[in-house]
Every structure is written in structure tokens, then in C-alpha cells.
Design a protein around this ligand. Structure first.
Ligand code: PMP
Length: 469
């Protein structure tokens, strides 16, 4: 604390109640029932270190969601803090419009070309993942325009996919709740079903179902006419949809279909990028070669907002050589402070060998521990994981895999126990999901599993007491 300049200490200390009252009076939270939260009061998170948070009541909480799938290097990493402070002093902001650039943005572009798959040599920076996907939509349409195929307008996404909250992001995503508000999706977007074996494919083997699910794309292409389709977009592993790990047969078949019909393939790596799945990018884990990749979150480990789109050479060459001006960009495209933090973050990921750590050690360990839970715990019907993202499907009957009625809110009950027991785990319906920081150690995975078991047991007590079993 002593190193902080007195003028920087602008955030005062207040009691939990004072924070909650001011919060309820003025702050409209994202994805929140405003009235419900105002009545209950927010939980105020005040500080963090490594994989732990502390709230305003002094409770220590294991953050098994890495903030919001983003704090890959964990909290309190001094090299990221120093990079921000140094850059803010030197040049806090300058734009990249009007034929200017700043050293951190150039350095980051160069570094991204190094850590991404070889087809990527160019990047377009944005301020977030949603803006990245807006950029994707404009860019793929522009690409086909330049090539004299302006009818190739439609982008196909997936039901229960998540691609952000802007008009394009929410439209590309397939979240029914979002589509029910504000006139979404916008025109020129289509959706196919998700490769969710537990929900949609249990009468087939996982691998057969993976092929069937990929072929829904082929059917949709033939329905729309491939000459009208610009691109297909998907998350390598659906995150917000509930950590749905597709069968291994899925993405290679998607790749075959996109290649056959000349459709661009877009990998939304906002969650899966920067080591989450045990490779630098989820497309590498899942075995496909996208033309474009959206990224955000893990690029700065969430320390500062930054997103962007890696643009494959197939597209970059057309935009550069034949496109003239691309009429698109954001004030914060290439923000120097954000880029300086990203450079420090990527260096740290390398220095600590975190991608390898997930691939060879913590990823397989989490998978093994989750498999044990699926075997042993009466509430767990399926466990899935990929690197350090995982899901536990809660079920009413372990043998038949019968699920609970959604309106019972069993996932939310379990989440409340997590909150009450010092663990942040998210509920997507009755799928309990984790994505802990990549610095998490094996001992900390054991600690997390201990907390998860306790919360599952408490949830089991609740559901049996209420007669829901
Ligand atoms: N794509 C995916 C896969 C995401 O998970 C998210 C955010 N959770 C986004 C896009 C949107 O990113 P942002 O919230 O930074 O706009």
C-alpha cells in the first residue's frame, strides 16, 4: 500500500451495507434482475491474490471461475501491474487511426503472430470479445464483397453458443433469453443445434453424435444455399452455454464441411484462448484450422479490457491487397496500456510454462478428479472437462440420467452453497462449471474439489429434504 501515490487512493473504505445501498441506487449490473439484486444486495469483492478473492466481510473465496473466465495468470501478478503503470506514465493512450501506431500495439501484434497458429500473421484490435465478433461479421461480409460474391452474407452460429452482448455478438450467439429481448437476431444470421451429447445425443455413441451434429451444418448450408453463406462461427468448447465439450469427431467434420463449401471458419477463442484448454488456442486442442479467431479475456488475463480478431492470411491478403479502406474501428483499437499489459501477460504465460502445465499436469488431474465425482456422487450424472474448464451435470437419477425439472433451480441451490462455503462456481441450468486460473496447483485443485464435494453434499441434503429425488 505504501507504494501507492496518495492521489491514486481514490476508492474509499465503506461498510458492506454502505456499498450495497449505493450500488442498488446507481449501478445497473450486466445480466442481472435489477430489482431482485437491489433487494438482496450485491456481494462486494474488495481484493484478490493468486486464485483467491476477499469480500467486504473479510471472507476468503476460491475463485474457480477466474473472474469471468479471464484471469489466466491469477491475481496480483506484478509484471502486469508494472507494465500498466509504466505505459500509463509514458503514453496512457493514443489511437491507431490516421496512420499512427504505438510501440505496445505493434509489439503485441508481432507477439500474437508468434503464439497463434501459423495461418495468422495479422490482427485487428478491439476493446472486447463482443466488439471482436462485430468485427468478424463486418470483415467476412467485406471479404466476400471484395471477391465479387456479395450474396455471401449469412453467418451460421449455434443455439446456446455465446458470442457477446452487442447486436452482432448476441445475434451470432444462440441464447434464447437474449434473442427474446430487443429484436434479435439481426438479419443474415442463422443457427444450428449445438454438439451437446448429454442433452441431444444420448441414443448415439459420442463419436457418432459428433458427426451427426457437424452434419447439421451441412444441412443448413444446403438449405440456405452455400453461395449465400459467408462463415460459420463456434466456440471450440462452448463456455457460457455450460462447458459443452464436443465429441472429438465434431470439429474435424465441421472443417471438412466448411472446406467443401468454401465457407469461412471462425473460432471464437474468447474463453478457450491463451492456454485455457491446454494448448495456446482451443482450435489446436480440438483439431481445426480457422480462418479467423476472436480473442479477449485471457489476452490480458482480464487485468485490463482488450479484444481482437486474428485474421488468417486467406482473408488478410484480400483486405490488404484489394480492399482499400476498411471502414471500421474503435477508439480503443490497439490501446497502448492494454497492449502493454497483454505483452507482459503473454510473456508471463511463457515464462511460467502455463500452457504446458495445463496440458500435462492440471488439465488431466482435473479430468481424473471430475471422473471420480461422476462415478461416486449421487447428484453427478456427467463430468466433462477440457484443460482447465469443466462441467458437472447434476441429475435426479444417476442410473437413468433423468434430470431435475428446470424450475426447481437445483443448480442455483448448489451455487448458493458454493458462495456460502468460499467457492465461486457458476451454474448454467443444472450444469455446475469451473474454469480456475491456469496458475492453480494440484494441491489447489484438491482444495477446490473438497469444496465442490461439500457443496454437492449440501445440495443433495436439500433436494432429498424437499422430496425432489
Ligand atoms: N465470446 C465468448 C465465447 C465469450 O465467452 C464472451 C464473453 N463471455 C464473448 C464472446 C464476449 O466478450 P465480452 O464480454 O468481452 O464482450
Amino acid at each position: 500500500m505504501s507504494q501507492i501515490h496518495p492521489q491514486a487512493a481514490l476508492i474509499e473504505r465503506r461498510s458492506t451495507g454502505e456499498w450495497q445501498r449505493a450500488d442498488a441506487a446507481h449501478f445497473l449490473h450486466p445480466f442481472t434482475d435489477f430489482k431482485g439484486l437491489a433487494a438482496k444486495g450485491s456481494r462486494i469483492i474488495e481484493r484478490a491474490d493468486n486464485i483467491y478473492l476477499w469480500d467486504s466481510e473479510g471472507h476468503k473465496i476460491l475463485d474457480a471461475m477466474s473472474g469471468l473466465w479471464c484471469v489466466n495468470v491469477g491475481y496480483g501478478q506484478q509484471s502486469l501491474i508494472d507494465a500498466a503503470a509504466r505505459q500509463m506514465k509514458e503514453l496512457p493512450f493514443y489511437n491507431a487511426f490516421f496512420q499512427t501506431a504505438t510501440p505496445p500495439a505493434i509489439e503485441l501484434a508481432e507477439l500474437l503472430a508468434e503464439v497463434t497458429p501459423p495461418q495468422f500473421q495479422h490482427v485487428f484490435f478491439t476493446g472486447s470479445g463482443s466488439e471482436g465478433n462485430d468485427t468478424v461479421l463486418r470483415m467476412v461480409r467485406r471479404y466476400w464483397d471484395i471477391l465479387g460474391q456479395p450474396r455471401r452474407q449469412t453467418v451460421i452460429g449455434r443455439i446456446n453458443g455465446y458470442h457477446g452482448s452487442t447486436m452482432a455478438g448476441a445475434s451470432l450467439g444462440g441464447m434464447s433469453g437474449m434473442h427474446a429481448q430487443g429484436g434479435l437476431p439481426i438479419p443474415g444470421i442463422a443457427h444450428i443445434e449445438q454438439p451437446h451429447w448429454f442433452a441431444l445425443g444420448r441414443e448415439q455413441s459420442r463419436e457418432d453424435f459428433g458427426l451427426s451434429a457437424a452434419r447439421w451444418l451441412e444441412a443448413k448450408l444446403l438449405e440456405l444455399g452455400p453461395e449465400n453463406v459467408a462463415a460459420f462461427i463456434g466456440e471450440p468448447v462452448q463456455g457460457a452455454g455450460g462447458v459443452i465439450v464436443p465429441p472429438a469427431s465434431y470439429w474435424p467434420e465441421i472443417q471438412r464441411i466448411c472446406d467443401q463449401y468454401g465457407v469461412l471458419l471462425v473460432s471464437d477463442e474468447v474463453i478457450c484462448g491463451f492456454g485455457r484448454t491446454g494448448a495456446w488456442f482451443g482450435c489446436e486442442t480440438q483439431g481445426f484450422k480457422p480462418d479467423l479467431m476472436t480473442f479477449a479475456k485471457g489476452v490480458t488475463s482480464g487485468y485490463i479490457p482488450l479484444g481482437g480478431v486474428m485474421v488468417g492470411e486467406r482473408i488478410a491478403r484480400v483486405l490488404i491487397d484489394q480492399g482499400g479502406e476498411f471502414e471500421h474501428g474503435f477508439t480503443y483499437s490497439g490501446h497502448p496500456t492494454a497492449c502493454a499489459v497483454a505483452v507482459a501477460n503473454i510473456r508471463l504465460l511463457r515464462q511460467l510454462h502455463l500452457v504446458k502445465h495445463v496440458q500435462a499436469s492440471t488439465g488431466p488431474y482435473l479430468a481424473a478428479q471430475f471422473a471420480k465425482l461422476a462415478e461416486q456422487h449421487p447428484l453427478v450424472g456427467e463430468a466433462q472437462s477440457c484443460g482447465l474448464m469443466g462441467a458437472l451435470q447434476l441429475v435426479r437419477n444417476k442410473t437413468t440420467l433423468q434430470t431435475f425439472a428446470p424450475e426447481l433451480g437445483v443448480g442455483m441451490l448448489c451455487r448458493a452453497h458454493c458462495f456460502g462455503n468460499g467457492l465461486i462456481m457458476r451454474a448454467v441450468g443444472d450444469r455446475m462449471i469451473v474454469a480456475p486460473p491456469l496458475v492453480t496447483t494440484l494441491a489447489q485443485i484438491d482444495e477446490m474439489l473438497g469444496l465442490i464435494r461439500r457443496c454437492l453434499d449440501l445440495t443433495l441434503d436439500d433436494v432429498s429434504r424437499r422430496g425432489w429425488l
